[in-house]
Write a protein that binds this ligand. Structure first.
Ligand code: ADP
Ligand code: ZN
Ligand code: ZN
Length: 744
């Protein structure tokens, strides 16, 4: 019998996974051992037994056979969390064509070697009366340590735990006792702190409407029948989707299971999370991308131990190692951020579906503007659709006005605001209500160009326009390049050079001229770069310390400000011109979501959409808030041109510092792909990416369409295999993306 060898990844829980080790497979295991199995292996010079996972099996090894150690045994437990995570990683590896190591690093939490010490804070929890009573009790019962801490907390409200214990000379048991008696509360990290204030204000559970209840019942029933098809909750903003999720979570928790809630990072705010905390208390935790690897690791450990039972976070929260996952919710499932733009290029929706199948868990998607993929799947009964048709509390849909900016110009209005918007702003301010102005910056930036020769100033490293900032620098938003603003056109020498398109800064400035008494806050990439800035702006606005909030897409997602009765949308059509087959879908989404921000409580809302293309169907359907009308028209276009979800599309991108190299590699890939596919398949390109040069790399694209996704995956693997053999890759990178959510 041939000796067989296995590649084993050792100790996945404790290190950054980046390599495997060769082991001989003992005869007894040769028939049984499979990729993904957990094994025990001797490791290191001391041959200590460690656990590992088999990632490959072959009949040869690159090492001298006598130097290869033997696998000591196989672990019988295939139910472990680690085993499940492995299986998911393997699925990602196959499905998204990344290496197994990449997939594992994505799925497994990475334990930092040097973990920053957790700062713990002690907070006063009891109200004044209770605190006083407890203090009296401690004094009476001669508990001086507890009394000291409580008295101190009553003065300062909260304190660093280490400092406090040292200063007051108390030990941990006293602190723990205070916590147990409800006098104080420990917070382990920054992240938990932001959710704390709501904990006291536990709200009564809302009773669900008939529609909500019917959906909950049907979803639970389907699970009982082992029907694990995903559910789509389709309902406008304010129709009660979040309440419905919470009801499902409550049911799952009652059964002793756990839940994951995915929310687009941008909507992952104090407001959203605190609603969950108010209902489920300390069982809830959150992840965000600003956390360090160590913080994430701790969160995952707590989830594993059962200290956390509901995890809220962006797409990576999907990998929370819950022992008995019962539910995954993906809110705003249409969001492009659910797709990872780095290797592995996984989509959280697909990955969640796989995970839920593995765990027997429910997958619930929610949106007011579902992705075409999901709505199409619902039409084909691969996803089960539940509609929430009413806004809770009979809140009315806003009145939508479309302002044709071409007509404004004809009438001689050269400002950024149409008459309709100007009037509406004045009225809103007069009523002491709030307004939001959303500038659609997707697809363009406040670029600088020459009025004489038309030259636009571009980044020397990336093929994108530079934008002008208030400090008089020109900056590239892709690579961060910055340079002082020029006085003369570098091409023709003309002095007529400047920024002509309005950005958030210009809007704020002209608001200042038009409504000098109004307080304005600005929310965009620049004002939210630092930790906490985003929350501060939101809070200022929520507290009505500002009348108008001006911002980019960031302000559109998931906020609920009851006093906002006007939403102005500037440059509504900018995003229609992005060279991407999803341009109309994205524009429709943005406009609809933006419109949904106005008038969420009892006050009626108004929306003004400013556009140069009032006749475009994305604008028309958004103005009518008619998703299904838009869906039908957009699907016709996708069918006609063979775009997803009507068909499947693989994008292959080559990138090289040398323009020719990128082109030639792309040409050769195309030839090879054509040979592999036969005549039937439509292959387009290569053509330069819409931003051809990015961070000094030139990029070429090839587009391949097929009816079957599986066929594209096979093609990708064959091309990749051929590329590796052909050594074309030395100076050129190649990336594959099947059914991209955003074209490069
Ligand atoms: P969505 O997630 O669809 O935007 P939410 O769940 O946030 O909707 O609900 C919008 C508002 O209506 C929230 O303030 C919520 O508390 C309230 N709400 C939701 N369902 C009900 C209900 N059945 N009864 C009363 N209020 C509700
Ligand atoms: Zn010029
Ligand atoms: Zn750049």
């Amino acid at each position: 019998m041939k000796p067989l060898y296995a590649e084993v990844i050792v100790d996945i829980a404790h290190a950054n996974v980046d390599r495997s080790f060769s082991y001989r497979i003992p005869a007894a295991l040769q028939e049984r051992l499979q990729i993904g199995d957990e094994v025990r292996v001797p490791f290191g010079s001391g041959n200590r037994t460690r656990s590992g996972y088999v990632v490959a099996i072959s009949d040869h090894t690159a090492f001298a056979p006598e130097a290869v150690k033997e696998i000591a045994g196989i672990a019988e437990n295939r139910e472990s969390i680690e085993h499940r995570q492995m299986e998911l990683a393997f699925w990602m590896h196959e499905h998204y064509g990344c290496t197994i190591f990449r997939a594992l690093n994505c799925v497994l939490p990475v334990k930092n070697k040097v973990r920053p010490k957790q700062k713990r804070r002690l907070l006063l929890r009891a109200d004044e009366a209770k605190a006083k009573a407890l203090l009296a009790k401690y004094r009476e019962k001669h508990m001086p340590a507890k009394a000291r801490v409580l008295q101190y907390l009553m003065e300062v409200q909260e304190a660093d735990l280490d400092v406090l214990m040292k200063e007051l000379k108390v030990s941990m048991p006293s602190v723990t006792a205070l916590v147990e008696e409800g006098a104080a509360e420990l917070s382990e990290s920054e992240v938990n702190r932001i959710t704390l204030p709501e904990r006291a204000a536990k709200q009564p559970v809302i009773s669900l409407s008939e529609e909500q209840q019917a959906a909950v019942k049907a979803i639970l029933q389907r699970r009982q029948q082992k029907d694990l098809r995903p559910s789509l909750i389709y309902g406008i903003t304010g129709s009660g989707k979040t309440e419905l999720y919470m009801e499902l979570i409550a049911r799952v928790l009652e059964e002793g299971k756990q839940a994951i809630v995915l929310i687009p990072e941008i909507a992952l705010t104090y407001q959203t999370v605190s609603r969950f905390v108010a209902r489920f208390g300390t069982q809830v935790s959150m992840l965000n991308s600003r956390m360090s690897a160590g913080e994430r690791y701790d969160q995952f450990e707590r989830a594993k131990r059962g200290a956390i039972r509901v995890m809220i976070g962006p797409r990576s929260a999907l990998f929370t190692p819950f022992p008995d996952l019962g539910l995954v919710v993906i809110d705003e499932e249409h969001e492009a951020t659910y797709k990872n733009e780095n290797q592995p290029r996984y989509h959280a929706r697909e990955t969640a579906q796989k995970l839920c199948e593995m765990c027997g868990a429910m997958l619930v998607l929610g949106s007011a503007t579902p992705s075409l993929e999901t709505f199409y799947a619902a039409e084909q009964s691969k996803v089960v659709l539940y509609r929430l048709t009413k806004r809770v509390n009979d809140a009315h849909l806003p009145e939508v006005l479309v302002a044709d900016m071409r007509k404004e110009l004809e009438r001689g209005n050269r400002t950024m605001f149409s008459d309709a918007l100007h009037t509406a702003l004045a009225e809103t301010l007069a009523r002491k209500e709030q307004a939001m102005l959303f500038i659609n910056r997707r697809g363009y930036s406040g670029f600088v160009s020459c009025r004489s020769c038309g030259t636009a100033l571009k980044c020397p490293h990336c093929d994108v326009s530079l934008s002008l900032h208030q400090d008089n620098t020109l900056r590239c938003h892709y690579c961060g390049y910055s340079v002082r603003m020029v006085q003369r056109c570098p091409v023709c020498g003309s002095g007529y050079i400047g920024a002509f398109k309005a950005g958030t800064q210009q809007i704020v400035k002209s608001l200042g001229q038009l409504f000098p008494e109004a307080k304005v806050v600005r929310m965009d990439y620049d004002t939210t770069k630092n930790k906490g800035e985003y929350e501060t702006i939101l809070k200022t606005f929520a507290d009505h310390d500002a009348d108008i909030m001006v911002g980019t897409q960031m302000i559109v997602k998931g906020h609920d400000f009851p006093k906002v009765t006007l939403m102005g949308i500037l440059a509504a059509d900018a995003s229609l011109f992005v060279p991407d087959f999803r341009a109309a879908e994205r524009s429709f989404e943005l406009l609809t979501q933006a419109a949904g921000r106005a008038g969420r409580a009892e006050r009626p809302g108004k929306v003004v959409i400013q556009t140069y293309q009032p006749e475009h169907y994305a604008v028309r359907y958004a103005a009518k808030q008619d998703y299904e009308g838009f869906y039908r028209e957009e699907m016709q276009y996708r069918r006609l041109l063979g775009y997803p979800p009507a068909s499947h599309l693989m994008v292959i991108m080559t990138a090289a510092k040398n323009q020719e190299e990128a082109k030639q590699t792309a040409e050769r890939i195309k030839t090879q792909a054509a040979a592999l596919c036969g005549g039937e398949t439509m292959i387009l390109g290569p053509s330069p990416a819409s931003i051809e040069k990015l961070k000094d790399y030139y990029r070429q694209m090839i587009y391949i369409r097929k009816q079957e996704k599986r066929a594209l995956e096979t093609l990708r693997d064959r091309i990749d295999h051929w590329l590796k053999e052909s050594e074309l890759l030395s100076n050129c990178m190649v990336q594959y993306d099947i059914d991209p959510v955003q074209l490069q």
